[in-house]
Design a protein around this ligand. Sequence first.
Ligand code: TYM
Length: 333
Amino acid sequence: APRVFSGIQPSGGLTLGNYLGAIKRFVSMQDEAYETIYCMVDLHAITAKFLEPDVLRRNTRELAAGFIASGISPEKSILINQSQVPEHAQLAWIFNCVARMGWMGRMTQWKDKAGKNAEAASLGLFAYPALMAADILIYHATHVPVGEDQKQHLELTRDIAAKFNHDYGVDFFPLTEPVIEGAATRVMSLRDGSKKMSKSDPSDASRINMTDDADAIAKKIRKAKTDPDALPSDPEGLKDRPEARNLVNIYAGLSEQTVAEVLSEVGGQQFGTFKPRLADLAVAKLAPISSEMARLMGEPDEIDRILARGAEQAREITAPILKKTYDIIGMVG
Ligand code: TYM
């Protein structure tokens, strides 16, 4: 069966971008003919800046709660925390020796995150995509649902698999397919239509958090940046209107319609009419998830049990693949 892997960093709370760009697709793939493995990537979360241990612990459990509350079932999917499955980091070391410095240096996320002061960035931040390739390939996963911003990392994953296979003369690691689909693969900031919605943006008004209450959601949407024109009746009309396009994409993602379908309903409306409608939709979709998250956060032992069981199931897949990798390389053992 085709196997799906994807991960999210517990570096902060979940945003609407994570939900529409990734988690919604995780849930639908779980219910299709795939074997699905979903991961909180805590080893990745410490690459960018120092996180207080209590904060990392809380974020990891909250992310697990977010997955489950959104419809990821521990009965249907394997749900894991990265550091609890040691083969991820072990394969990452091998990939550090396969990937080239030049490949890593071309990653736009590295360039964005390291900024002008690469000297001060962690070595882990530079090696980040090799760990990500290991996350995927330690399962021989074939499909990886992600938002648009992860596309380059997935191309690198294919390059790493191909070089390993070529160097050792094997056909061992699959070339993974990115799954980047739907109206909301790149949700933008509510304050600036040229910036991605992100959990690390200093302005909380720029994003909708999965834990925001109804008032906060309505207020952020009401204040979202827009232009003064009415909504067009077909997608062409959104071309040079990034903020308008973003709100329509969000509506489409939440209502599971295409952009054309949404515009056939709301074309001609002013934002004064459309925004409250979008806010109602967002609250209707997100409130049940955030209340279920809050309930699960009251039962951290239950979350830890789910993750421990997930790690056990995962290791049945990862241990033999690591063993085989070591054999191919010529490691004695
Ligand atoms: P992360 O934690 O930044 O984001 C998790 C997922 O959410 C998507 N996403 C968005 N989609 C649409 N609009 C947005 N504004 C938006 N913001 C985030 C991301 O594309 C991603 O799918 N490197 C990954 C984590 C990772 C991973 C992996 C993913 C580690 N190992 C293996 C897939 C497979 C990351 O930083 O995602």
